[in-house]
Ligand binder design. Structure first.
Ligand code: FUB
Length: 618
């Protein structure tokens, strides 16, 4: 149970708080937010987030943030949060993969950090107060997965000099650097193990040429540099983007010909704006675009200690300089639509109104604390020629409620209504379905929750079925692989395992190992679900665990005692570094009585292991 607190976006109490106290709290601290569709910045509406640190990995942007406790009057921060997106507008909540409790030696202040990926592991550098010394120190968490959980890599600080805000950068030659500091700016050369270093911390000279001149006569702070360095390299030029000139801070940047300087001040990335007197930068390139992450106080109840992370898309000028950006509520454009015909996590959200998230007993997170007229917006959902039914995984310790499937706005076209029953517990899950109509083309989806008073039900995931199979939708069971190996069997030799480390979407993908023939792979019995003479479209994402095999999806049909094979997708080379989409359309027909039909993924040759995710056969 969470500590009693008011909800960022609504001011309403969280589950477990007395209504009266909560109402007073809400009225005093947080203006209620009314109204329909919201824009998409800030990125997270369920908690206050700060100090963004994006990381691009396997076709997704992972966003690591700090977490300002509700109604804070100081930087009261006890854990860090993780989110991810493949489209830059809908973000999946991965909960809290690291907290102060991760570091037994830390007493408080889970402040601004950064995650990097090396040696198959993820390293999260963070500043916290060392209980033994009372000073700020840098700790490092490590995990095999970008979504954690992270453990303390050292059991002690990596480095400690009372300063904050680590930024990690790995140069092309493999040398890694850790930068940090307020009021000074430091770096140290990390060893390849990423949890030790060579040489001592070195101070970067804060010259006005390097970091700009601070207006006014501020003792010991002649330059604009304040805190929060974000160091990276682009086209051979090294960038240090930092929080400048307290307070209010703006985001400035410097460049250098090498990782240790000499730095030259280049100007403003984002002026001070709004009610947060700090700001904090994170920059990545993703899918051919550049993105600038920052924080502000734009949520209801927001301010200097109740901040929220936001993002803008930008284009470097031809000479490599960064344009000056303003904070927007619209955020960047969506780069790919959402597929409603594969399972989508309910905690994948463009804008949440009223709800919260919590860890789910079924893995990942679920949407919780749902009350009458709360809603979730999922932006840019590609319904294509149409959806016929909607399915959701729900749980309720009360008497449940309804999910209204609406299009375009929270009061837009009602495509269908599903009833979520009481299930006897907030984590006692059941699957409900209802018919939908009018959901065609690409639209913003609103799941509007209705019912009586109090908390109604939780939602773990949802999925639509399409018209293209006359209502049958995706022929495959567990197509998104979120239910582990359910529905899938190894064809011939091999072992299937549902892993969380390498996923294309959601929290799980399916890996086959121990293949002894090219025809071995993950398969599914689809005998009772096929229509003779129909054209089926197949999509499945594949990546190898070794080598660069050529993969394809195949259907084995046995009719009247004879087995034939339908190649469902052209073969495509897959590799270990990213996901490849196998996609194709093929006619499926047979003569006589069909006794066995198996959908499977195989390779043209070899026995390399591979992983699949987000499969559809419809
Ligand atoms: O979030 C706590 C501190 O505020 C960070 O460490 C700084 O960068 C500033 O954003």
């Amino acid at each position: 149970m969470r500590p009693p607190s008011a909800h960022p976006a609504t001011g309403r109490p969280r589950r477990g708080i007395a209504w009266v106290t909560a109402l007073l709290c809400a009225l005093a601290l947080v203006p209620a937010v009314a109204g329909p569709a919201r824009a998409d910045n800030p990125i997270v509406q369920t908690v206050y987030t700060a100090d963004p640190a994006p990381l691009v990995h396997n076709g997704r942007v992972y966003l690591y943030t700090g977490h300002d406790e509700d109604a804070s009057t100081w930087f009261t921060m006890r854990d860090w949060r993780a989110y991810s997106s493949a489209d830059m507008v809908n973000w999946t909540d991965h909960g809290s993969p690291m907290s102060l409790a991760t570091f037994s030696w830390a007493s408080k202040d889970a402040w601004a950090g950064q995650v990097t990926h090396r040696n198959g592991k993820f390293y999260w550098y963070v500043p916290v107060v060392n209980r033994a010394t009372g000073r700020m120190a840098i700790g490092v968490g490590v995990s095999n997965s970008p979504t954690g959980p992270f453990t303390d890599a050292l059991g002690r600080p990596l480095v400690e000099n009372g300063e904050i805000d680590p930024s990690v950068f790995i140069d092309d030659d493999g040398q890694a650097y850790l930068y940090w500091g307020n009021p000074n700016l430091w770096y140290v050369r990390l060893n390849a193990d990423m949890i030790s270093y060579s040489g001592g911390p070195t101070q970067i000279p804060l010259t006005t040429a390097g970091f700009g001149a601070r207006p006014g006569n501020v003792a010991n702070r002649p330059t604009l540099y304040e805190e929060g360095p974000w160091v990276y390299k682009r086209n051979g030029l090294y960038y240090n983007v930092f929080a400048a000139q307290c307070c209010s801070e703006f985001i400035g940047y410097s460049t250098a010909p090498g990782p240790t300087g000499p730095w030259t001040y280049r100007g403003t990335v984002m002026p001070a704006q709004g009610s947060s007197f700090t700001n904090h930068a994170g920059i990545v390139d993703f899918n051919g675009n550049s993105y600038f992450f920052y924080h502000n106080g734009a949520l209801p109840g927001g301010g200097g200690f109740t901040r929220s992370v936001a993002v803008e898309r930008f284009t470097y000028r031809a000479d490599g300089t960064i344009p000056t950006m303003s904070m927007t509520t619209a955020g960047p454009p969506q780069i790919a639509p959402v597929d409603p015909f594969v399972r989508q996590e309910a905690e994948t959200i463009a804008w949440a109104s009223g709800v919260e998230t919590e860890p789910s007993s079924e893995g990942g997170m679920n949407v919780a604390n749902i009350e009458n007229r709360d809603h979730i917006k999922v932006k840019g959902v590609a319904f294509g020629s149409g959806a016929t039914s909607f399915t959701a995984r729900v749980a309720s310790a009360t008497s449940g409620g309804r999910i209204e499937v609406r299009l375009g706005s929270p009061t837009g076209t009602l495509a269908g209504t599903c009833t979520a029953p009481g299930t006897g517990g907030w984590q006692s899950w059941t699957t409900v379905s209802c018919g939908v109509s009018g959901a065609t083309g690409t639209q913003d989806l609103y799941l509007v929750f209705t019912g009586g008073s109090g908390f109604l039900f939780n939602v773990n995931w949802w999925q639509f079925t399409s018209t293209s199979t006359g209502g049958g939708g995706n022929v495959l069971t567990n197509p998104g692989l979120e239910d582990g190996t359910t529905g899938w069997q190894p064809r011939g030799s091999g072992t299937l395992a549902a892993g969380t480390g390498v996923v294309r979407s959601g929290t799980r993908a399916l890996t086959v190992t121990g293949r002894t023939g090219a025809w071995n792979g993950p398969g599914q019995d689809v005998t009772s679900r096929l229509t003779n003479g129909k054209a089926y479209t197949t999509e499945v994402w594949v990546r190898s665990t070794s080598g660069t095999p050529s993969a394809k999806a195949t259907l084995a049909l046995t009719a009247n005692g004879t087995t034939s094979y339908v190649q469902l997708t052209p073969a495509a080379t897959v590799n270990t570094g990213g996901w490849t989409l196998l996609s194709g359309t093929a006619n499926v027909s047979w003569t006589g009585t069909l006794s066995q039909a198996t959908f499977f993924v195989e390779t043209m040759a070899g026995t390399d292991g591979f992983t699949i995710d987000d499969a559809s056969f419809r």
